[in-house]
Design a binder for this molecule. Structure first.
Ligand SMILES: [Zn+2]
Length: 388
């Protein structure tokens, strides 16, 4: 177990939508967890990161990914996508089903096949941290005929989510949350049209890509879902920009941002988007009027909470998933909040996942932040810093 002290924090985003920004100047990590915010001034640590006035925010939570096996996705013939997303600030990803496995026969999905696919993916892609990121894999595609024994197998595999895509079933078992594909037909070509009536009947835990993935439900259905239901609502990078603005504007006006979650719905036809979650934050802040700190909380704490996860909030006892970032040279933003409000991508310098520094010095997916940061380790605890 080792400790890491991040000091001279200029802006602190909590990930908690109820109080999304705080005047925290330093943060202590002990092992895999956050040990303290603003620990005593003489706190010693095995490693010290002088943020030099940069921003600290929770690692982002992509609520909608489609993994296949580890870092490989056949949808865009890409290797290394998870590590690339990590460099875009995403430390946690939640599978919205593993339906891109080559050769899968969508016309003949049986309960045994979909359960086995989820169990195998949980035991492989979901088992280890790829490049440091955690992927909650093993999300079953629910099909007719599933029995208790299938949910027993999924629970034993520690599956956290099940996905309705082709058929509306009414079962929710063993703490496994449910997510429903909404809108028109997806890339697989087989999902059913799902609008307000089906959602109101199913009452899932999360309504997936409410503004399209890629085709949204009608504007009037979208309005009704926001006005008349209570479950979590997800917006994805795969959606329709007009519908996204409509949905977020309406939720903001009605004080409903606490139920909003974000994801990329990638890899898939939309592509492989390492900066996808940052782009989602910038879009809802700069175009839909959400405050930058709320946008960060929606992309972290809100999305984690809707899926029953502890990550996404920077508070003592929480997992140490942290981004250190700052405005990029040339950005209109003088601070990260300012940059995000303007729609400018943050420059990531460090990412900590599960207490470990997994991006060090600069991200390979964002421009570097303008401000310099200093990292020191071993025996340099009393004010002297070795620049790295
Ligand atoms: Zn999807």
């Amino acid at each position: 177990m080792s400790t890491l002290l991040i000091k001279n924090i200029g802006e602190f985003f909590t990930g908690d939508i109820a109080r999304p920004q705080a005047a925290v100047k330093s943060l202590l990590v002990d092992g895999e967890k956050i040990a303290a915010l603003d620990p005593p001034a003489d706190t010693k640590a095995d490693a010290v990161l002088d943020a030099g006035g940069s921003a600290v925010m929770p690692g982002l939570v992509d609520g909608h990914v489609h993994p296949v096996f580890g870092e490989w996705t056949p949808t865009q013939d890409t290797i290394g996508w998870i590590g690339n997303y990590l460099h875009g600030g995403t430390t946690t990803m939640i599978s919205a089903s593993e339906l891109h496995v080559p050769g899968l026969d969508y016309e003949n999905l049986s309960p045994d096949l979909v359960t086995s696919l989820a169990v195998v993916t949980a035991a492989t892609t979901g088992r280890i941290r790829w490049s440091g990121a955690k992927v909650y894999a093993g999300t079953v595609i629910l099909v007719p005929g599933m029995k208790e024994e299938h949910f027993d197998r999924l629970a034993a595999a520690k599956s956290i989510l099940a996905k309705f895509i082709f058929f509306p079933l009414g079962c929710r078992a063993r703490g496994i949350r449910t997510k429903v594909h909404t809108g028109g037909v997806s890339r697989s070509g087989l999902s059913q049209m799902c609008g307000y009536d089906i959602l109101e009947w199913l009452k899932p835990d999360v309504a997936a890509h409410i503004s399209g993935g890629p085709i949204p439900m009608s504007d009037s259905d979208l309005d009704k879902v926001i006005d008349n239901t209570l479950f979590a609502i997800e917006i994805c990078s795969s959606g329709n920009y007009g519908s996204t603005k409509r949905a977020v504007d309406r939720m903001r006006a009605k004080g409903q941002l606490a139920r909003l979650t974000l994801g990329t719905d990638t890899p898939g036809g939309t592509g492989v988007i390492p900066r996808g979650m940052l782009r989602n934050i910038c879009y809802i802040a700069s175009v839909c009027g959400v405050s930058p700190a709320e946008a960060v909380a929606i992309a972290s704490g809100n999305t984690a909470k809707a899926h029953g996860l502890e990550v996404g909030i920077l508070a003592p006892g929480r997992p140490a998933d942290i981004i250190v970032c700052g405005p990029v040279e040339g950005s209109a933003g003088t601070s990260i909040a300012d940059a995000i409000a303007h729609g400018d991508l943050p420059g990531i310098a460090y990412v900590v996942a599960n207490g470990e520094i997994v991006v060090s010095g600069r991200s390979r997916q964002t421009p570097p932040p303008k401000r310099k940061l200093f990292f020191s380790c071993c025996d340099l605890h009393d004010g002297g810093f070795a620049a790295s």
